[in-house]
Ligand binder design. Sequence first.
Ligand code: SAH
Length: 270
Amino acid sequence: MQPESETGSGRVWFVGAGPGDPDLITVKGRKLLETADTILYAGSLVDRAATLFAPAGCEIRDSKDMTLEEMTEWLIDRAGRHATVVRLQTGDPGLYGALIELTRPLTAAGIAWTVVPGVSSAMAAMAAAGETLTLPEVTQTVILTRVAGRTPMPPGEDLEALAAHQTTLCIFLSITLLHKVQQALRAAGWAEDAPILVVQKASWPGEERIVRGTLADIKQKCQAEKIASQAMIVASPALGAAGWPDLARSKLYDPAFSHRFRKATEITHD
Ligand code: SAH
């Protein structure tokens, strides 16, 4: 539970806008936008959701030209004058969203705030491609990460170390650094023909693009398609499973496997 307002002022809602399609915002997020007094949205990725659902008279501001300090000042000022202030962010606010940098000054100023989760672009990219993040006996773990750009990676989190687990990797903020992704996966022992998926603008109506390649050729393919921004890179041993001839069965739906909601049925094998 986040802190209650101490000043009797409004609340700041950090709302996940989802990956791009305005229909992928949560019902709660949409209700907040529909009743917002003011909305501060994060750049071009989410303006449609803000303008589609905001009520008449709502103040709508793009934060793309603002520093973090200007944003917190703005949020504190508006929360002092309005009941419902929405900060609209792409995907889920807790992933690469500067959430804590924004909430700490609010708490210090006695402003109440709440986070409303959103559909991350990692999930939207996999949905777009008809792929699964986990697959029984293939991979049961998902790593959401990035490679170092201007933001350095903390010790132990470089992609080579993470890739050594041979699990699903959803790599954010790294499409211009595909050469670093390739280097890291090779160093971690991934095969040259390991499948790699890139999805640009996942879920954006009419703008989504899907590129399938291998560790060897994904960079050239993305260059040929001129994909250099707003893209998710996925490396996973489960990619392409829809077309595999054999698949281990998910225990959850196995008739011989009981769980809380279903008793196992007797089956005979011959
Ligand atoms: N909070 C966001 C991530 C913000 S960081 C989320 O949960 O999705 C910005 C990065 O997210 C981009 O560099 C890109 O890697 C990814 N991204 C955001 N929207 C995307 C989309 N619609 N399709 C593919 N990748 C996207």
